[in-house]
Design a protein around this ligand. Structure first.
Ligand code: ADP
Ligand code: MG
Length: 348
């Protein structure tokens, strides 16, 4: 089969049919209609065999996951998924593998009304890049910056399941299918992201572990300057800004109550045996949302959780000074050894 036949066989008209796709797969570019008053939210992620997934992983699950991680980014902005493009690098032509991969991708795409509108196909070591495009009414996207001291820190779902599944798979242990799905077929929290527009002050999806990803909210929110304020300080004090009055606003911190972390039975059982908090706090691939909420609006969480059928749990608070403090029930402090996964541990 030629490259073109491969593309036509597996990737033409994949996913949802959408009226805003003027031209999809087949030309030099796709043509897409962005509605007036909406902003385009765009994100790309690459999954590399041996780094982001085990090379022998089920291709159907892989097709699902490579779109899911993108949709999780859209969810984290409060954007509604619309279109995707797919760059595939394949070691060999394997029709059965491609058909299964395409089926996994298509299933999740249809669930979220996403049309695959283009891509690229090359030969080389197995690697997959998916770019997702979503729509959000102008000005309503939920950024990492926006958290304020006193805001509640909340998370969706449960934490550490994917980390536990990976740990056990690498150790050659049997992993029960539900837990394995948490690693290989994550559910992007798209409906939650949309529901939090106008409610959450800041949001991020948890892909590298809660400690690291909450850290990004603290950095960005601490460095954010409201309109009318002036960014100040010098290069040696990143995260500090000078307000119009001249007062310095320090970086933000957070306090997390370890006993409040939402855990699945599998992770709780493991923690009861060996209290290693890095499992829920610093292992990757959760794809839950972490968001901050003004305390006055905390009362809205239970009804939202009910409506979505998804646990939404307050786990701590934003503090006016830097630092991430993880407190045990007895007041003891846990400090992460490593914050999360870092592809360039030796960089700068
Ligand atoms: P070009 O040489 O102009 O980049 P290609 O031969 O790479 O064109 O691709 C032809 C058409 O097929 C384009 O519309 C492109 O977007 C689409 N395409 C290529 N690979 C994929 C893929 N893996 N998934 C979806 N569409 C693809
Ligand atoms: Mg091309």
């Amino acid at each position: 089969m030629s490259e073109f036949d491969l593309i036509r066989a597996h990737f033409a008209r994949l996913g949802a049919g959408r009226g805003d796709v003027v031209l999809g797969v087949g030309d030099d570019c796709a043509l897409l209609r962005v509605p007036a008053g909406q902003e385009l939210a765009v994100s790309i992620d690459t999954l590399v065999a041996g780094v982001h997934f085990l090379p022998e992983v089920d291709p159907e699950a892989l097709g699902h996951k490579c779109l899911a991680v993108g949709l999780s980014d859209l969810a984290a902005m409060g954007a509604e998924p619309a279109w995707a493009t797919l760059a595939l690098t394949l070691p060999k032509e394997d029709s059965a593998w491609l058909a299964a991969f395409a089926a996994g991708f298509a299933g999740l795409a249809r669930d979220h009304g996403v049309a695959l509108v283009g891509g690229d196909t090359t030969r080389g070591p197995l690697s997959i890049s998916v770019q997702v495009h979503g729509l959000v009414p102008a000005g309503l996207a939920i950024r990492r910056a926006g958290a304020r001291p006193g805001d509640l820190v909340c998370v969706s779902g449960t934490l550490g399941d994917a980390g536990l599944a990976l740990r056990d798979l690498l150790a050659g242990l049997e992993v029960e299918p539900g837990l394995r799905d948490r690693l290989e077929r994550p559910t992007p929290r798209v409906a939650l992201g949309l529901a939090l527009r106008g409610l959450a002050t800041a949001m991020i999806d948890i892909s590298d572990g809660l400690a690291a990803d909450l850290g990004h909210i603290l950095e960005e929110s601490g460095a954010a300057v409201a309109p009318g304020e002036r960014r100040g300080g010098d290069a040696s004090s990143p995260g500090y800004c000078i307000e119009e009055g001249g007062a310095a606003t320090p970086n933000l911190g957070a306090e997390i109550q370890l006993a409040a972390l939402p855990l699945s039975p599998a992770v709780s059982t493991r923690l009861a045996r060996a209290p290693d908090w890095s499992l829920p706090l610093a292992s990757g691939d959760d794809y839950e949302l972490c968001f901050t909420l003004p305390p006055a609006r905390a009362g809205e969480l239970p009804a939202l959780a009910d409506r979505l059928g998804l646990a939404l749990t307050p786990i701590g608070r934003i503090l006016p000074a830097p630092g991430l403090f993880c407190l045990g029930p007895d007041g003891s402090r846990w400090t992460p050894e490593r914050m999360g996964y870092n592809h360039f541990p030796d960089a700068g």
